[in-house]
Design a protein. Structure first.
Lengths: 73, 675
């Protein structure tokens, strides 16, 4: 399942990150890598997705979330 | 003893700048990295007779070559080889924060790890075994509380140790992970790299960077002799999704480091009640708008003392000129000095009030962590302009002062986004604009009419923004530059008043230094043009010139009086009011321009004069031309400083000038049909 499709309150684990090398580097640096466990905190229309991952509250652009594959926990 | 060089490395919000400020005090130098728009902070301190030179590297999330900041950081480390790297991590967000250490691992320079914000992690109930960590890493690990003097004493003691050259990070665990993940590829790549360091970089470090598709590292390797380039290329080409893979290795290493060294309560994912509201779709936006409005009011208040000083300066003009005239100085030179130069100084000082206020207040929002929430709320809107949420800050600051707005564009990730943001944010006129707009629109159209005009200005602003974003976005933002928002919502922090204050003062002083020369020059030119031997304005060059070109300016709805005012607002938006006062009171323009807060009587005279000379369509045309005029010279010089591109700033200035004239032309001719 893509990160963009997960519902608020759901927990999951990142399985793969697609996209350009530059995007992969950017997203890796903030803690989104295969194996990371996360929880979806907030999803509002016209706002980035709020994800809690590696002790950090991250706001991630909705389009970018569709490049991130996850599995539900 | 020779000086010791130290570099501070850490992620944003790790608190390393507080450390830097506390250690160096006033011994700081702010410059720019050569050829880059990145601020270079270098300071020094002396302890027990030894001088330490310390560089505060830009706060970045990693050492990947994603942005100028990261490239600058890497170049600095490789070229300058500081005696000691201090890597600062936020102990309240240890996992993510240690990524910088993991990305550094493999660079062969001595380092220490500073676990900052120990007070915060303690209140979270987290227990960190720094000795255990230190054993695993092979370097000293120092628990740190940036506000506690004892922490600094421990740090100074560490610096006096003779073992510094031996503090090399133990990367065997990380290398193990990489070997397991990449298998044959890693072994083959290391062989191709001949197993030796390039510069300060170990083969492992180079391998991870090449796997991540890092072009800068690639360049460095290509130029190195003794490497089997063909084989290396074959190996690296076979690796896919390098960054996620190396990232997993690095985080797995971090997890293994923290295992057994971090205990106590797990930090919670839940948003606080306040944050639930601050990040909600509608409520969050309403709150953000309210906070911004309050911040703007407060910034005006904070800058008030400095603005008052600026307002006092022209008062010295009259006694000074009398004194000089009595002493037999030439009237022309006296007028130049007392009117031209004093006015320029007064303008620039007053502007500094705005700059200080806006920098301080918006810096405060950033410092406590609320700015990230504002960026989050407005990300959707900014995306429509081809930008993302972080670009909202310059737009907001511009409501106060365009000079500070330019400086705040620094938060953006890359140069193209920065220039586009500066170009677009100039649609927002600074606080000074409203005085003139308010006065003229009420004089001609009454209070109700003035409100309609404000609405019309906003509506045209939206169109202007859209149009400008198309023009500049197409030229500046390629697809790869249009990155989406990936941003941390940091936990709320107490503001660091001291460093905030000194930061605002430094910004203000820098802006003053940059601007004063050019403002003086322009005001001297205006002064010469408006000078006449008889003292009557109608004998001046400016008057004759204005009359001569009126047939052209009237096409845009500008009479020569309003055209002069329009030009004068390049110096500072308030300049327009003074210029109008001059034109209608038949005195020298510059002496009137200096009366920024035109006295009640004068402003009545202006109003009377205006309503006699201008028709309603002409008044409307002037309001629009003035409102959408290019920002003042000081803002442009700030923009050049931030973008390092005279070419682009000139383009932006010309774009705004043309747009202002086109808009006023349209408004004039449309309004002419009505009245």
């Amino acid at each position: 399942m893509k990160l963009s499709e997960m519902k608020v309150g759901e927990k999951g684990r990142i399985t793969a990150v697609a996209g350009t090398a530059a995007f992969q580097r950017r997203i890796t640096a903030v803690g989104i890598t295969p194996g990371s466990v996360f929880e979806i905190i907030r999803r509002e229309p016209n706002c980035p997705l709020l994800v809690y991952i590696r002790n950090t509250m991250l706001a991630v652009n909705a389009d970018d979330c569709s490049r991130i594959e996850t599995e539900a926990l | 003893m020779s000086d010791m060089t130290i570099a501070l490395l850490g992620q944003p919000n790790s608190g390393k700048s507080t450390l830097y400020n506390r250690m160096t005090g006033s011994h700081q130098h702010v410059g720019n990295w050569p050829g880059k728009t990145v601020e270079k902070n270098e300071g020094s301190f002396t302890h027990n007779g030894r001088r330490y030179i310390i560089t505060d590297l830009p706060g970045t999330y990693s050492l990947a070559a994603n942005s100028d900041e990261e490239i600058v950081t890497r170049d600095y480390i490789a070229d300058n080889r500081p005696d000691l790297m201090m890597i600062v991590a936020d102990s309240s967000q240890l996992e993510r924060s240690l990524f910088m250490l993991a990305d550094y691992a493999g660079i062969h320079l001595p380092c220490v790890l500073i676990l900052n914000l120990m007070d915060v992690s303690r209140t979270q109930g987290k227990l960190i075994d720094t000795d255990g960590l230190s054993k695993k890493l092979g370097i000293p690990v120092l628990p740190f509380v940036a506000s506690d003097p004892a922490s600094y004493n421990a740090l100074y003691k560490l610096l006096e140790s003779g073992d510094i050259p031996e503090w090399m990070l133990d990367t065997s665990g990380l290398e193990q992970n990489i070997r397991e993940k990449f298998g044959e590829s890693y072994t083959a790549a290391c062989e191709a790299l001949s197993g030796e360091d390039v510069d300060v970089y170990s083969p492992m470090w180079l391998f991870t960077k090449l796997a991540e598709g890092d072009e800068v590292a690639y360049e460095a390797v290509v130029q190195t002799k003794g490497i089997d380039h063909a084989r290396l290329r074959d190996v690296m080409d076979s690796i896919e999704n390098g960054a996620p893979k190396t990232g997993s290795c690095k985080y797995a290493w971090i997890d293994s480091l923290l295992e057994g060294c971090v205990g106590g309560a797990k930090s919670s994912a839940a948003l606080s009640g306040f944050d639930k509201f601050a990040t909600s779709g509608v409520g969050g936006k309403i709150l953000a708008v309210a906070v911004i409005f309050g911040a703007l009011l407060f910034s005006l208040f904070a800058g008030l003392p400095i603005m008052a000083v600026g307002d006092l300066i022209p008062g010295a003009g009259e006694p000074l000129s009398e004194m000089l005239l009595e002493a037999g100085a030439s009237p022309f030179l006296v007028s130049l000095l007392c009117e031209g130069i004093l006015t320029a100084v007064s303008f620039t000082v007053s502007m500094c009030g705005y700059i200080f206020g806006a920098t301080f207040v918006f810096g405060l929002l950033e410092d406590v962590g609320y700015m990230a929430r504002i960026s989050y709320c407005f990300d959707g809107i900014m995306q429509k302009l081809g930008l993302h949420g972080k670009a909202v800050m310059p737009f907001l600051v511009n409501f106060g002062c365009n000079v500070s707005g330019c400086s705040s564009s620094r938060v953006l990730d890359n140069w193209s986004q920065r220039v586009t943001t500066v170009a677009l944010a100039f649609v927002i006129p600074c606080g000074a604009t409203w005085g003139v707009v308010g006065m003229i629109s009420t004089a001609f159209f009454g209070t109700g009419g003035a409100m309609l005009i404000v609405l019309a200005l906003f509506a045209v602003s939206v169109l202007h923004l859209y149009f400008t974003s198309k023009i500049f976005g197409r030229r500046l933002l390629t697809k790869s530059d249009r990155t989406g928002l990936i941003m941390e919502l940091p936990p709320y922090h107490k503001p660091k008043w001291g460093s905030l204050f000194s930061f605002s003062v430094v910004r203000m002083v820098n802006a003053f230094r940059r601007a004063i020369g050019i403002v003086v020059l322009i005001s001297v030119v205006l002064c010469i043009l408006s000078y006449s031997k008889s003292g009557n304005f109608s004998d001046s060059i400016l008057y004759k010139f204005g009359n001569a070109i009126e047939p052209v300016t009237i096409y845009f709805g500008l009479r020569w009086q309003t055209f002069v005012a329009w030009i004068a607002s390049w110096m500072g938006k308030e300049g327009a009011l003074g210029a109008l006062a001059a034109v209608f009171s038949d005195s020298s323009v510059m002496s009137a321009v200096s009366q920024m807060n035109v006295a009640e009587a004068d402003s009545d005279a202006v109003r009377e004069g205006l309503t006699e000379v201008l028709t309603k369509p002409q008044a409307l045309a002037f309001i629009f031309a003035y409102y959408f005029n290019m920002p003042c010279i000081m803002s442009l010089s700030a923009a050049i400083h931030e973008t390092h591109s005279v070419k682009w700033v000139l383009r932006i200035a010309i774009h705004y000038t043309v747009m202002a004239l086109v808009i006023s032309c349209l408004v004039y001719h449309l309004a002419d049909l009505v009245w």
